[in-house]
Design a protein around this ligand. Structure first.
Ligand code: XUL
Ligand code: CO
Length: 441
């Protein structure tokens, strides 16, 4: 049956269009550096927010009106798969992502859960034969079930460590079966609530051991997906071990895992860690670790992960600046780890939300391209750090000096001259570029 019979294929109509079911800026066929916008941006739909979750929050019941919700159990899981591929085709989106639990219900034991998964994975595989939509990444949900109350790979209970390994093993097999381009590790419960009952060293060592076993198993089964760590500082756990990119990178280096992992960076996780989205992207990029993106935005007035669809054009522009500077995302993509608001309960809202997100990143992409083409930030930065291109600065950068020589130099300095940082002027130039993106249309 059709779940979205009111909706026709979403096409690009341009900035003047008043059709709420059309792209205004995302033109999948427009090319940049020999790639189409579709190939460059690699948008993905998050299965959990779009087909599985019902709009409930800690204070209230679900609100979403979803035709597939009249089914239960495996029938519901199958109806969701039908709905998902209808949605991908209408939206024309190239990728989707899921957790094991999003696609199939848990059975009464692990064996039964795996059998449920096998059935649904077979069905997804059949759909994928005719659909252009591919699997950007999959992952394992090791946070919802009460068995993960004390964590998964960092649980105080060794049985849960083993159970978690079995789940990730199965998920990797599923990833291989469906041709996943990446595999994500988000450790929602890998952290601690209080140090008073926590052996932090053992927990972190165990996480290191766990990830090494995952790397080994991928080799064994020839699963060539890029492994990604998705940092988040807190929520649901008070303190997560992969707090942010810098903390995650230190962890990977300490446990000799840095050759096997990159980062999946989520905007709302960045802001929860007290960083901007672009900070996390930059940190990963300059260390060669920018793998993929969970595209969303938080609410600066709230202190939790609101997972809103991204519409802030400053943020999408500065994010796309990092992504273009990175030469694109390689195997990664822009996965909308975002949910419609509880009040946006109609199925059509799922289209409006994705259109808003895709258009916002398309604008960001175009503005960032122009900023880079005109070397706006590059010129400002080259000029600001010009003192390192000659004289003592060049000696510092080339390693041709030491404290004694620097002291001699400093003693001879009479007057130190600075130049203005020009922040207000730079922000006004950024506004100009953003507004021009519209003016040119
Ligand atoms: C939770 C979150 C997850 C990961 C995958 O904040 O972002 O959905 O993306 O487990
Ligand atoms: Co995420």
């Amino acid at each position: 049956m059709a779940y979205f019979s009111n909706v026709k294929k979403i096409n690009f109509e341009g900035a003047q269009s008043k059709n709420p079911f059309a792209f205004k800026f995302y033109n999948p066929e427009e090319t940049f550096q020999g790639k189409t916008m579709e190939e460059y941006l690699r948008f993905g739909v998050a299965y959990w927010h779009t087909f599985t979750m019902d709009g409930s929050d800690p204070f209230g019941a679900g609100t979403m009106s979803r035709q597939w919700d009249r089914y239960t159990g495996m029938d519901l899981a199958k109806a969701r798969v039908d709905a998902s591929f209808e949605f991908y085709d209408l939206l024309g989106v190239p990728y989707f992502c899921f957790h094991d639990l999003d696609i199939a219900p848990e059975g009464s034991n692990l064996k039964e859960t795996n059998q449920n998964l096998d059935q649904i994975v077979g069905m997804i595989k059949d759909y994928m034969k005719d659909s252009k939509t591919k699997l950007l990444w999959n992952t394992s949900n090791m946070f919802t079930h009460p068995r993960f109350v004390h964590g998964a790979a960092t649980s105080s209970n060794a049985d849960i460590f083993a159970y978690s390994a079995a789940k990730v093993k199965k998920s990797m097999e599923i990833g291989k079966e469906l041709g996943a381009e990446n595999y994500v590790f988000w450790g929602g419960r890998e952290g601690y609530e209080t140090l008073l009952n926590t052996d932090m060293k053992l927990e972190m060592d165990n996480l290191g051991r766990f990830l090494h076993m995952a790397v080994d198993y991928a080799k064994q089964i020839d699963f060539d997906a890029q492994f990604l760590i998705e940092p988040k500082p807190k929520e649901p756990t008070t303190h997560q071990y992969d707090f942010d990119v810098a903390t995650g990178y230190a962890f990977l280096q300490s446990y000799n895992l840095h050759d096997y992992f990159k980062f999946n960076i989520e905007a709302n996780h960045a802001t929860l860690a007290g960083h901007t989205f672009e900070h996390e992207l930059r940190y990963a990029r300059i260390n060669g670790l920018l793998g993929s993106v969970d595209a969303n935005q938080g609410d600066p007035l709230l202190g939790w992960d609101t997972d809103e669809f991204p519409t802030d054009l400053y943020s999408t522009t500065l994010a796309m600046y990092e992504i273009i500077k990175n030469g694109g995302l390689g195997k990664g993509g822009l996965n909308f780890d975002a949910k419609v608001r509880r009040g946006s309960f109609e199925p059509e809202d799922l289209f409006h939300a994705h259109i808003a997100g895709m258009d916002s990143f398309a604008v960001g992409f175009k503005v960032a391209q122009k900023l880079i083409e005109d070397k706006v930030f590059e010129d400002i930065i080259d000029n600001r750090y010009g003192s390192y291109t000659e004289g003592i600065g060049l000696d510092i950068v080339n390693g041709n000096t030491d404290f004694k020589k620097l002291e001699d130099y400093a003693l001879g300095l009479n007057e130190i001259k600075h130049q203005s940082g020009r922040l207000e002027s730079i922000k006004s130039v950024l506004n100009q570029y953003l507004l021009q993106a519209y003016a040119e249309r």
